[in-house]
Design a protein around this ligand. Structure first.
Ligand SMILES: [Zn+2]
Length: 420
């Protein structure tokens, strides 16, 4: 079976990115008219920004509207229950209402899905794959999201939810399951339990493809799961409120933006859209009729990479989850995130421990990387400083310290500036 090529929506996925954006702009225009007329919160939001729906004709126009962060949506729902004025259809057109931590209530209209089909297909799922869906079916939409998507692809599924590894193992074997949907860490636990029972997951199970989301997927975890099961593991990025936003293809190297939503990377302070490669908040506009979201701030950080992908999909790639906005520190006018420092240091195994410090000297920010290393030499120091400047776009001084100097508290970035 060919699991590595082909497209679910060939017409759309192979269109140039400009054409895809033009389609999104048209859908945006239709959505604005409907949402402004039926969702009071969106009407208010437009009035406050001084625009009418017809002013928003292109994706660039969207930047005229403010970002609504998740915390604000929680607040708006609390002040104006139950949906904060975002419901844009009468209640008899609402099929389900989900509750996510916050609390936040997300209504789902009839015939409105979350778009994971495209992601599952790109991950190698094909019609006829018997799957276990280990996401939960209660309260939050995760279980239902993948239930819908697998159904649309023609994949029979067992709604197992999370837990009970013994039964998961029994199902994997009895039904010759070929597809897994859930968290990679849970699949690893299932594999480890199987090994304790004397089974070899690669031999005794027929698992071919696994799709994971809702947690970061380090290379080491992916390699462990792929090795243990002899299966391909691919990941996607999305949220409970928005559904699928991006997903990996066979080639990996980032996650293609899904065609179903407008995903922007925006300055977490001003909401201004950022350019390719710049790290910022993932901001989402959804075309849902029942529950239109306009520049919804997910609080997650990422960046977009526009280089071409060998798979033939034309949408750019999200670099993956790069942390949460509330962990950002602004240094020399640029946002810096602990994960960016960790990523830059990954290429230097000689550096055994490090901590970045932000201080202030003569009214200027200073970034210093204090590092413990097995090879204290000036060549390494220069290479490290160059790497930091390139990947963080902020100059940093490297300072060697004796082994055991740095506290082992896992802290990567410390802001020592005093502003009083
Ligand atoms: Zn690709």
């Amino acid at each position: 079976m060919d699991r590595t090529s082909g497209f679910l929506n060939e017409d759309l996925e192979r269109k140039s990115w400009d054409e895809q954006r033009a389609i999104q702009a048209r859908r945006l225009g239709e959505m604005m008219t409907h949402a402004a007329a039926h969702a009071p919160a969106i009407g208010d939001l437009l009035r406050a920004a001084g625009v009418v729906p017809s002013d928003i004709r292109s994706l660039e126009d969207l930047a005229r509207l403010p970002v609504t962060p998740k915390a604000k949506l929680v607040e708006m729902q609390r002040d104006n229950p139950p949906f904060g004025g975002f419901l844009a259809v009468p209640l008899h057109q609402v099929r389900r209402i989900f509750r996510s931590p916050g609390p936040i209530y997300d209504p789902q209209g009839f015939d409105e899905g979350w778009g994971w089909e495209e992601a599952l297909f790109a991950a190698g799922f094909r019609g006829g794959d018997v799957c276990i869906n280990t996401f939960g079916y209660q309260m939050t939409p995760a279980g239902m999201m993948f239930d819908d998507a697998l159904g649309a692809l023609g994949c029979p599924l067992v709604p197992t939810g999370v837990g009970d590894r013994e039964v998961q193992i029994e199902i994997l074997r009895s039904l010759a399951v070929t597809g897994f949907v859930g968290m990679a860490s849970f699949l690893l636990q299932i594999g480890e339990r199987a090994k304790e029972q004397g089974l070899d997951p690669a031999k005794h199970f027929g698992l071919k493809v696994a799709f994971t989301t809702a947690e970061p997927l380090p290379d080491s975890l992916r390699a462990s799961v792929e090795g243990l099961f002899g299966a391909t593991v691919r990941q996607g990025f999305g949220t409970a409120d928005c559904g699928c936003l991006a997903y990996e293809c066979h080639e990996r190297g980032g996650m293609h933006l899904a065609s179903r939503a407008i995903v922007e990377i925006a300055d977490p302070e001003t909401g201004r859209p950022l350019g390719p490669g710049e790290v910022g908040e993932v901001v989402v506009t959804l075309f849902n009729r029942a529950y239109p979201l306009l520049r919804f701030g997910t609080g997650d950080l990422s960046a977009v990479d526009h280089s071409a992908c060998a798979c033939g999909r034309r949408s750019p790639k999200l670099r993956g989850w790069l942390g949460r906005c509330d962990q950002l520190v602004k240094v020399k006018g640029m946002f810096l995130h602990p994960a960016a420092i960790q990523a830059a240091l990954r290429a230097f195994p000689e550096v055994t421990s490090f901590r970045a410090l932000v201080t202030r000297s003569e009214n200027r920010d200073v970034l210093t990387l204090r590092a413990e290393t097995t090879a204290q030499d000036d060549g390494l120091k220069a290479r490290l400083e160059e790497r930091l400047r390139e990947s963080l776009r902020i100059g940093a001084d490297v300072e060697w310290v004796a082994a055991g100097t740095l506290p082992a508290d896992g802290k990567v970035l410390e802001d020592l500036r005093k502003w009083d």
